[in-house]
Design a protein around this ligand. Structure first.
Ligand code: DX5
Ligand code: ZN
Length: 222
C-alpha cells in the first residue's frame, strides 16, 4: 500500500455495542478504509476491552480491512487466534517484546501485515532498525488504554523522524497514529508524515457517523 494514500481507521473501542451492526455499516458508508480494533489485557494497559470474538463478529459484518492493535503482554501467544478471527494486520507493542524480530516473523508467517507500536514516551530510535522489516509503525499519540484523550503534541517529531528514515529505507511504510485525532489536528499530523488515522471519539461522539468520517477526511489539507 503506498504511503501517500491517506487511510481512515475508525476505532470501535467507544462504539455503541448494542448497535454495532448499524455503526459498522455507517462506517462503510462514510468511506472508512479500515476498522481498528483495540485489544487490551488490563496488564500492559490499565483497561480491558475485547478479544478475538469481537474481531470475528466484526469480520462477519464487514469486508473492511481489520487492523488489530494488541495492547497486551505476550502478544506472540495470540497471533494465531486473531488471524483465525479475521485480522488482516496485527500491531504489537515494542515495549513488551523481548525479541521483536521473532514476533515480526511470527506475524508475517501467518500472512498478516505487521505493525510495531510505540508509546508516546518510547523514542523513535527504538524502532528505526526494524523499519525495513515491517509494513507499519503505529505511533501512539496518547498513552494507551482509553479513548477520548487529548493528542500529545511532542509525538509529531517522532512521526517526522520515522517518515524521514522510511523515505530512505522503506518508502511504502505506513505510519499509523492512534489517540486524540480530530478535525483540528489531523492536517498537521498528516503533514508530519502519518497516513493512517485511528479515530474513535471524534467519530462515535457524533450522531451521524457517515458524515463524521467524510468531514475528517475533508479536514486533511496536505
Ligand atoms: C487508546 C486507544 C484510543 C482509541 C482512539 O489506547 O487506542 O486511542 O483507539 O480513541 P480516540 O480517537 O477517542 O482517542
Ligand atoms: Zn489502537
Amino acid at each position: 500500500m503506498k504511503k501517500d494514500k491517506i487511510l481512515i481507521a475508525p476505532s470501535i473501542l467507544n462504539a455503541d455495542f448494542k448497535n454495532l451492526y448499524n455503526q459498522i455499516k455507517n462506517i462503510e458508508k462514510g468511506g472508512a478504509d479500515w476498522i481498528h480494533l483495540d485489544i487490551m489485557d488490563g496488564h500492559f494497559v490499565p483497561n480491558i476491552s475485547f478479544g478475538p470474538s469481537m474481531v470475528e463478529t466484526v469480520n462477519n459484518i464487514t469486508n473492511l480491512y481489520l487492523d488489530v492493535h494488541l495492547m497486551i503482554e505476550h502478544p506472540e501467544k495470540f497471533i494465531k487466534v486473531f488471524k483465525e478471527a479475521g485480522a488482516d494486520s496485527i500491531a504489537i507493542h515494542n515495549e513488551v517484546c523481548k525479541d521483536i524480530r521473532r514476533n515480526i516473523e511470527l506475524i508475517k508467517n501467518m500472512e498478516l501485515n505487521v505493525g510495531v507500536a510505540i508509546n508516546p514516551d518510547t523514542p523513535a530510535e527504538n524502532v528505526i532498525n526494524i523499519i525495513s522489516d515491517v509494513d507499519m509503525i503505529l505511533v501512539m499519540t496518547v498513552f494507551p488504554g482509553f479513548g477520548g484523550q487529548k493528542f500529545i503534541p511532542y509525538t509529531l517529531d517522532k512521526i517526522r523522524r520515522i517518515r524521514e528514515y522510511a523515505e530512505k529505507n522503506n518508502n511504502n511504510l505506513l505510519i499509523e497514529v492512534d489517540g486524540g485525532i480530530d478535525d483540528e489536528n489531523i492536517s498537521k499530523i498528516a503533514n508530519a508524515g502519518a497516513n493512517v488515522f485511528v479515530i474513535g471519539s471524534t467519530i462515535f461522539k457524533q450522531s451521524n457517523i457517515e458524515e463524521a468520517i467524510k468531514n475528517i477526511r475533508n479536514a486533511i489539507k496536505t
